[in-house]
Design a protein around this ligand. Structure first.
Ligand SMILES: Nc1nc2c(ncn2[C@@H]2O[C@H](COP(=O)(O)OP(=O)(O)OP(=O)(O)O)[C@@H](O)[C@H]2O)c(=O)[nH]1
Ligand SMILES: [Mg+2]
Length: 323
């Protein structure tokens, strides 16, 4: 039976980083396939992951837990047929809920060994009022407090308390029996998404809940979420300092920026990763598409328009972006 792990967690918490670091460290002797779904019309993570792994399936332009459930299942079947993987990792978008994905995998006859929810220990307080973030914790059985390098021990202890309180409240139940789906869970810590290996050892396996799939009410949570995204293109290659200038001018409503940008002063394309004020850059070996920046946040349309008006090298597409 093929094994799988679902990796969930809010926008920018470190899911892709976990895939890059942990999977390489612990699963390099296994045939691994990765499915990645991003919040946004265009995927940045797919490009990053494809630079490291060859078997990456990217599903963007929607959410695999609701609108794209069908596409997700056919994508997984395709990846099974093509690569015959031993283990599949699914990175859900930061705006998805994990349980429907868990059910889809079980329906396809794939063993879900764990639903991992990555939590940003530094920035959790900024996003935890979002109901999707709470359902992500409730629908997981391995909760990882990541970015521990950015908090003190006391702050970390508080985050853990808050996470446990949310878990108790949002822990998913079987509606028919009232019983918890995951009767136990672990809370672990990570830096750069690097987990302890024991977390992956299958001890949390959940069997025999396939029947639930039929009763589960599909819930299009995107209708109640106010998170939106907007893509901007770069008209020309800019200087690296221009990227900084944009990031330093972001309004509070924009809390996540991802992008790949070609600059005049760095040889390789640069991946921009900004979440809640923290920023990192990384060079990418290969990237053949146009330079883009994706802005994500709460009702950001006007704020992105203002930003684009401020920086004349940013350009909004005239039509909705298609891959
Ligand atoms: N300081 C610090 N930064 C981290 C850590 N883990 C991840 N990051 C940074 O956090 C940012 C977001 O990481 P990603 O792995 O892209 O987050 P994600 O959850 O995949 O984001 P989305 O897919 O957009 O929801 C990047 O700049 C990472 O380098 C960590 O443990 N410590
Ligand atoms: Mg990601």
């Amino acid at each position: 039976m093929i094994q799988s792990f679902v990796i969930t967690g809010f926008l920018g918490v470190g899911k892709t980083t976990m895939l890059l670091n942990t999977v390489k460290k612990y699963f390099s002797d296994r045939k691994v396939a990765i499915v990645v779904n991003e919040f946004g019309d265009i995927g940045v993570d797919g490009n990053i992951l494809s630079n490291v792994y060859s078997e990456v399936l990217e599903i963007s332009e929607g959410c695999i837990c609701c609108q794209l459930a069908q596409e997700f299942e056919s994508g997984v079947i395709e990846i099974m047929n093509k690569y015959n993987p031993e283990i599949i990792f699914v990175e859900t978008s930061g705006a998805s809920e994990p349980f429907p994905i868990f059910l889809s995998l079980q329906n396809l006859g794939i063993a879900v060994e764990g639903v991992i929810c990555v939590v940003d220990a530094k920035n959790m307080h900024s996003y935890i009022d979002n109901s999707t973030a709470k359902y992500q914790i409730g629908g997981s059985n391995i909760i990882v407090l990541n970015k521990t390098d950015l908090v003190t021990d006391i702050e970390l202890a508080i985050v853990k308390q808050n996470v446990i309180a949310i878990k108790e409240e949002y822990n998913i139940k079987n509606n028919l029996t009232g019983k918890m789906i995951f009767d136990r869970y672990v809370v672990d810590y990570a830096q750069q998404g690097l987990l302890n290996k024991e977390v992956f050892e299958g001890v949390y396996r959940v069997d025999d809940i396939i029947g639930l799939a039929n009763e589960y009410q599909q819930n299009d949570h995107t209708t109640r979420a106010s998170i939106t995204q907007k893509v901007a293109y770069l008209k020309e290659n800019i200087e690296f300092s221009d990227v900084d200038a944009i990031l330093n001018s972001l309004p509070k409503s924009i809390y996540r920026v991802k992008g790949v940008v070609k600059t005049t002063d760095v040889p390789n394309p640069i991946v921009i990763n900004y979440s809640f004020g923290d920023v990192s850059f990384e060079e990418l070996d290969s990237y053949t598409q146009p330079s883009i920046m994706i802005f994500i946040g709460e009702n950001i349309d006007k704020d992105v328009n203002d930003l684009v008006a401020q920086f004349d090298y940013l350009n909004l597409p005239l039509f909705k972006v298609k891959k």
